[in-house]
Design a protein around this ligand. Structure first.
Ligand code: ATP
Length: 356
């Protein structure tokens, strides 16, 4: 059953569309990431669900109930803001109790609820501290706990981890994902960090200019991006433009604009002559002798080698076309120098066809 449903929602500011005919259905207990570049309408979408922004058109339903004219505090949603927006003059207990006091809950019950949520996000012992006396990660936990304490049907998070350093972000990512599953909460969170989306979300909606380009499970969005925009936004991608020469047995032979032949997977039924972009991920390109039976093998010229820690990035050109290659065993490419000719190749099944 859908807990949150947006149907044809649009919102413009001063004639500039922020969200355009946006439809989305989120199941109960599901976690969805709204992912996209700055300004694509993620926060606006979240604010429309929370009730802080009124859409110009379309409808929002939460738990099958229309939200038209329903103010934020009556929506059964909890929101975690990017800036946390903790009350600076209240200690942790005061911050967490605030929403419950506003709802007129008896004192004893408030104390018990706050105790539970403090325990849940590992803040025990810090109840009397003020926000300024907490680390970034602890403040983030208070913001999360403050949203959770009212036990909302839907938890909304706007870039909740963006103020944390890389290590803490990775830890909190896992904690939020674990918490969401344990409490079986419906969760929608905004991020522009693709890794965060892939780790936390059951489904990822990739947004571009106020619309959804693709919505699916993380591994599908990564392995089968629907558009070049999605392919670029989730992970790195190499593109080669060209047209289809012939298709056969689920594969297509492409002639690139610079006259190379590429064999690609064709599970969408391309037609001969159609303009396409052949896409291959950096980690799918083999260097050197590599495995046998690669349908695509080319001579490339080395441009540079960059050691990035877990992987080494090798930049090459095939003819004039630049390619990035991710190599896991640095020792295999360390000795390469710019200008050197090498053999590179990839399998047809690792090469997707996208509409340009
Ligand atoms: P970011 O990742 O930078 O937070 P976003 O994807 O969340 O971006 P939104 O904040 O939803 O994007 O903004 C979408 C568009 O609407 C942007 O062009 C933004 O400038 C515009 N916009 C958002 N809020 C307002 C507002 N209150 N008044 C005018 N324009 C706005």
């Amino acid at each position: 059953m859908a807990t949150v449903e947006l149907d044809g929602v649009s919102k413009a500011y001063d004639g500039h569309p922020a969200v355009t005919r946006f439809s989305l259905s989120i199941a109960s207990g599901e976690s969805l990431a709204l992912l996209g570049p700055s300004g694509c309408g993620k926060t606006t979408t979240l604010n429309i669900i929370a009730g802080f922004v009124e859409p110009d058109a379309g409808s929002v339903r939460i738990g099958a109930r229309s939200m038209a004219g329903v103010p934020p505090y009556r929506r059964d949603t909890g929101m975690v803001f990017q800036s946390y927006a903790l009350f600076p003059h209240l200690d942790v207990f005061g911050n967490l109790a605030f929403g419950l006091i506003m709802r007129g809950m008896p004192r004893l019950e408030i104390a018990e609820r706050v105790r539970q949520v403090v325990d849940l996000v590992h803040l025990t012992g810090l109840e009397r501290r003020y926000p300024r006396e907490l680390s970034g990660g602890q403040q983030q936990r208070v913001a999360l706990a403050r949203a959770l304490v009212i036990r909302p049907t839907v938890l909304l998070l706007d870039e909740p981890l963006s103020n944390l350093d890389a290590k803490l972000r990775q830890e909190m990512r896992v904690e939020i994902a674990e918490l969401q599953r344990r409490l079986a909460m419906t969760m929608i969170f905004v991020t522009h960090d693709q890794e965060e989306a892939l780790v936390i979300a059951d489904r990822v909606a990739v947004m571009n200019r106020g619309r959804i380009e693709q919505i699916d499970r993380p591994e599908i969005v990564y392995r089968r991006p629907a558009t070049p925009f999605v392919a670029r936004f989730i992970g790195d991608a190499n593109f080669w433009t060209g047209h289809v020469v012939v298709t056969h047995g689920g594969q297509a032979s492409i002639e690139t604009a610079d006259g190379h032949r590429v064999v690609a997977l064709d599970d969408r039924g391309s037609e001969a002559g159609a303009p396409v972009m052949a896409m291959v991920r950096p980690e799918k390109i083999h260097v050197g002798a590599g495995p046998t039976g690669l349908e695509n093998v080319f001579t490339a010229t080395v441009k540079g080698v960059s050691f990035l820690g877990a992987v080494t990035r090798l930049d090459v050109v095939i003819g004039e076309q630049p390619f990035a290659i991710a190599v896991h065993d640095a020792s295999s490419v360390n000795s390469l120098v710019a200008g050197q000719s090498i053999r590179v190749g990839w399998r047809a099944v690792d090469c997707l066809l996208l509409e340009p």
